[in-house]
Design a protein around this ligand. Structure first.
Ligand code: PNS
Length: 164
């Protein structure tokens, strides 16, 4: 059985991530989406919210599993039985960053390879950090996340405001 891991922060999940998950899940028997818990920065969405959003948008993909992980991605691969890490590349800048990470991971565990998928052109500008920035300034995130995620985000913002 071919198993791949698609790791990330997913803070929040975007159209770009969903595109990657769809395409990677078609290429492997099982795709484990690994959601990083030990963030160096404080995430905008807590772990449970990030997991829930991912589960919602991948509910139609039967061979996709959403799991939290802590620590090194190569250790997570060993735990899940994955031989491949999938990462998306939008630009040359992404490639420079990802190349170092892929080579580091390979040094740490030569049994795990990284597979790069190039982002579909319509999503090449999409990033979670842009979504967070737009939210901070009340910008429109329609082009970045599906409707159900946008509504969930707006509900959370309203709830957070009411709690204050
Ligand atoms: O969505 P992101 O923030 O681009 O994902 C980055 C991620 C989670 C893939 C990366 O930070 C990661 O793998 N972190 C776990 C620690 C690790 O294994 N680092 C790689 C060796 S430097």
């Amino acid at each position: 059985m071919s198993i791949a891991v698609y790791p990330g922060s997913f803070d929040p999940v975007t159209y770009g991530h969903i595109d990657m998950i769809r395409r990677a899940s078609a290429a492997f028997d099982k795709l484990v989406v690994g959601v990083l818990t030990n963030y160096t920065k404080k995430p905008l969405f807590d772990l449970e919210e990030r997991l829930e959003m991912l589960k919602e948008v991948t509910s139609g993909l039967s061979n996709v599993e959403i799991t939290a992980f802590d620590g090194l991605v190569v250790d997570f691969c060993e735990k899940t039985g994955a031989g491949v890490i999938v990462r998306g590349i939008r630009s040359g800048a992404d490639f420079d960053y990802e190349l170092v990470m892929a080579q580091t991971n390979r040094k740490l565990n030569p049994r795990v390879d990284t597979l790069f998928l190039t982002t579909s052109p319509e999503y090449s500008f999409v990033s979670s950090s842009s979504v967070r920035e737009l939210l901070a300034f009340h910008g429109d995130i329609t082009a970045f996340v599906p409707d159900q995620i946008r509504l969930r985000i707006y509900n959370k913002i309203m709830e957070d405001k009411n709690e204050r």
